[in-house]
Write a protein that binds this ligand. Structure first.
Ligand SMILES: Nc1ncnc2c1ncn2[C@@H]1O[C@H](COP(=O)(O)OP(=O)(O)OP(=O)(O)O)[C@@H](O)[C@H]1O
Ligand SMILES: [Mg+2]
Length: 575
């Protein structure tokens, strides 16, 4: 089992847990024997002293056994919880390092299930192995030994009862195991329907899809119930069947024992003890079968986790470009790119473009023309299929990822904020920024004003995914987050689409004042947002059709003229 290394730091606990369990089992195994002594030597012989002494001994042993049991639980908990914490954090950091194309393939829901339910299944198995497995196997072997040591003839009852019980257990488990896999799968479906609906609750409400989605959830939920019921029905048969076998064999033991007592070859107390041992042995078999079930469930989970841990990020550090301290130039050389796994024309095709340090360039084009895809290649969210992207004259594949991404501030098309305070969200760009810097960045991004109107200003907690903010407020928070980083290159991917023209103009003025020397790449839909840029690159179906200043494009570029005309017409006169 390759996860064993996660138990290593906790090996002391992992050793102590079974050791103390050994103590508890030993006491458990001694009890019936002492009980028989009380009956045979005490009660039957009217010897109160034996009853008293053995009783006290039993009491003491019970206390010791109980203490051992508690300690075993505690140590096993320490080992298994520590184990799962470490494993979880390894899986988490792996997930964080995976490239987008890989996390997309796993899907968010499945990654969450792997990080939670699957790891819990393995943790339970570790806990079981350290305690239950030790207890039940010793109980089983020790029980047989103790029973036979009293009278070999009891072996007869065992020889009949044990195989029957084993057959019954295997029969039921064989049927139950695939059902458990089915239950896990259906739980996955319930989880993903729920996750989708909780995170998309606004859309569900807006589209009045509550009934439809509730029905979808009901189907998944009922499926889960019926799978669970099937398992329960099987387990419901198991219990009484085992009880029948157990009671029959108890009768057999009493019968064998009774005849021995009659023939004065055995004492009543010994028969009583034998009955207790027998029930323990048979219970042990049942518990061991549960153990196997836990193992099989955990091994399914282990496979799912190993799959994540075994995935190497396709985008990883290059050999480093430490000495390179450029000014923020970006070059695309014959860049072609398609999303992994998708077919058809490439989304970005044969792009050649040189962006000078400190240049203010815009990328314009119809929706779906590949603008976001093109800029995503700069911080290596994806790798090019052909051609190369250079930052400061060095191929992006040669940089260490942290170094490369440290040079770039990117405001993504979809603003993502986190459930932290406003200031903390902005500090994502630069964790060492002081209050003044945070405020300055917010001012530049035109976010200061609305942040100050929030109940606790910069200390106001932002709801998950920024749900407590308007679209434009989220965009400005994200801009502040990128600005505070003071990067060489800053990319705005449609970051002002939700701002009114007045605010946008103020923002652009502030950015010009505060980002002098920074290379600025602005993606926009509105020509009004970009016409003051040094150059505007026009994309059409993934191809670069022109790159020049506003006036020149108006004179020479057909596609640009078309976009311009359509915007002037719809906005009723722009410019
Ligand atoms: N993760 C992805 N996997 C597969 N295909 C994608 C992915 N993201 C985008 N695409 C496809 O790539 C093409 C270009 O998308 P892109 O997001 O670059 O367009 P865009 O110019 O930024 O559009 P918009 O102005 O609407 O933001 C689209 O046809 C889109 O369907
Ligand atoms: Mg886009």
């Amino acid at each position: 089992m390759k996860f064993l290394k996660y138990l290593k730091p906790y090996r002391i606990y992992a050793l102590l847990a079974p050791l103390f369990m050994l103590g508890e089992v030993t006491v458990d195994l001694l009890q019936p024997k002492l009980m028989s002594a009380i009956v045979d030597d005490g009660v039957l012989k009217y010897d109160l002293r034996v009853i008293l002494h053995t009783g006290i001994l039993m009491m003491l042993l019970i206390l010791v056994g109980g203490a051992c049991g508690v300690l075993s639980s505690v140590f096993s908990g320490c080992a298994s919880q520590g184990f799962s914490r470490d494993l979880r954090s390894d899986v988490f950091s792996k997930v964080m390092r995976l490239s987008f194309q890989q996390t997309d393939k796993f899907t968010t829901g499945s990654l969450v299930t792997r990080l939670t339910a699957d790891i819990t299944a393995i943790q339970q198995m570790v806990d079981f192995a350290l305690r239950m497995f030790v207890r039940d196997s010793i109980m089983f072997v020790g029980g047989i030994f103790m029973m036979l040591s009293m009278n070999v003839r009891f072996g007869l009852a065992l020889a009949v009862a044990m195989p029957i019980e084993i057959v019954v257990v295997i029969f039921i488990m064989k049927r139950a195991n695939p059902l458990y896999t089915e239950v896990a799968k259906r739980l996955d479906t319930v989880n993903s329907v729920m996750q989708e609906n909780v995170s998309g609750s606004r859309v569900v409400k807006a589209c009045v899809r509550e009934d439809h989605e509730s029905a979808r959830f009901d189907v998944a939920n009922t499926d889960l119930m019926s799978a669970n019921l099937k398992v329960q029905k099987l387990v419901a048969i198991l219990q009484p069947l085992l009880m029948i076998v157990m009671n029959m064999s108890v009768i057999a033991v009493i019968w064998i024992g009774g005849r021995q007592v009659d023939a004065e070859e055995m004492k009543v107390g010994q028969v009583m003890a034998a009955v207790t041992y027998l029930t323990r042995i048979l219970m042990g078999i049942m518990m061991l079968s549960m153990m196997f079930q836990t193992v099989s469930r955990a091994s399914a989970s282990a496979k799912r986790i190993a799959e994540v841990l075994g995935t190497e990020p396709v985008i990883s550090d290059g050999r480093g470009a430490a000495g390179c301290s450029g000014k923020g130039s970006v070059s695309f050389r014959g860049v072609t790119f398609s999303y992994p796994g998708s077919s058809g024309d490439p989304v970005v095709c044969g792009i050649d473009l040189d962006i000078a340090p400190g240049e203010n360039i815009a990328i314009l084009g119809a929706t779906g023309s590949g603008k976001s895809s093109l800029v995503d290649l700069i911080p290596r969210f994806y790798d090019t299929d052909e051609g190369e992207v250079l930052v400061d004259g060095v191929n992006v594949r040669d940089y260490a990822l942290d170094d490369l991404r440290g040079r770039i501030g990117i405001v993504l098309q979809k603003s993502e904020l986190f459930s932290q305070t406003a200031a903390e969200n902005i500090r994502w760009g630069n964790k060492n920024a002081d209050e003044e810097e945070v405020r300055l960045a917010a001012e530049t991004a035109q976010a200061d004003e609305f942040i100050m109107t929030m109940p606790e200003g910069y200390d106001t907690l932002i709801a998950e995914k920024g749900a407590s903010l308007s679209g434009g407020q989220k965009q400005r928070m994200s801009i502040a987050r990128a600005v505070i980083k003071k990067p060489e290159i800053i990319i705005f991917d449609d970051s002002t689409s939700a701002l009114d023209l007045g605010t946008e103009a103020k923002l652009q003025r502030a950015l010009r004042e505060n980002l002098s020397g920074t290379t600025v790449i602005t993606i926009a839909q509105r020509i009004a947002s970009v016409k003051n840029c040094d150059r505007i690159a026009v994309l059409d179906h993934g191809r670069l059709v022109a790159c020049a200043a506003h006036q020149e494009l108006l004179d020479t570029c057909g596609i640009y003229q078309e976009i311009y005309r359509s915007q002037v017409r719809t906005s009723g006169g722009e410019d």
